[in-house]
Design a protein around this ligand. Structure first.
Ligand code: NI
Ligand code: MN
Length: 225
């Protein structure tokens, strides 16, 4: 499994010869100007919630690639009414896709569209594949429900928002990594806006003090798990 950071909460995941895109926010992100949204490959676009900083590039990518949009029912319907193909889920539900099993997990956050219309409840994704298992928390507070994750799967990597203010911050992400029983964390949802700027070295050293690893990728950089 190869995971590429698209900036903010955006990820591109190559697994089982499929391309997954998570929460694409590239063209409107000043920090991701060097990425070309028109070359991002996608068989599936997974959306955690309807906030603008998670769906801004969904249509441009889905239009070109024909990718299936996987999200909660309300977000699925929003794009379905515009003619896009997709797969609706709700929290607690799992589906076996051709690349692996996806469970839509709980998140504590909001999920309205930019115009204020209802975007269902926010979520995250537990993705179990033959090439590894990851948990993408989505925008969320630290939540006790994260303790359910290790009852369902053994993680190779946890992906947590770490920018604070709108989501967990560094200290709560460290607690979250205990809750999900995974000491290897990829941070996302930081630096994009003034409210969520972090000190990278301080963040990493707080994790290493707890014998945990915090990975912060340059935008466009990848890791293999
Ligand atoms: Ni959000
Ligand atoms: Mn967000």
């Amino acid at each position: 499994m190869k995971i590429t950071y698209l900036g903010h909460a955006g990820l591109s995941i190559e697994v089982a010869n499929k391309h997954l895109v998570i929460d694409p926010f590239v063209t409107a992100n000043d920090l991701a100007k060097h990425l070309n949204v028109n070359t991002i490959e996608a068989d599936y676009i997974l959306i955690t919630h309807a906030h603008f900083d998670h769906i801004a590039d969904v249509e441009v990518i889905a239009q070109r690639t024909g990718a299936k949009i996987v999200s909660n029912y309300e977000i699925f319907m929003h794009f379905s009414e515009k003619g896009f193909d997709g797969h609706p889920m709700s929290q607690g539900g799992s589906w076996q896709f051709d690349f692996g099993k996806v469970t839509y997990t709980n998140a504590v956050h909001g999920s309205s569209f930019q115009d204020g219309s209802y975007g269902g409840n926010p979520g995250g994704f537990l993705i179990e594949t033959n090439e590894g298992t990851i948990y993408i928390a989505g925008d969320t507070a630290l939540t006790y429900d994260m303790k359910l994750i290790p009852l369902m799967a053994t993680l190779d990597l946890a992906i947590f928002p770490i920018g604070d203010n709108f989501t967990m911050g560094i200290d709560t992400a460290i607690l979250a990594s205990d809750f999900v029983a995974c000491n290897k964390v990829l941070g996302y949802h930081y630096d994009t806006f003034d409210y969520i700027k972090i000190d990278h070295e301080e963040a990493k050293s707080k994790f290493s003090a707890k014998k945990k690893e915090l990975i912060l990728l340059d935008i466009g950089a990848s890791i293999n798990i």
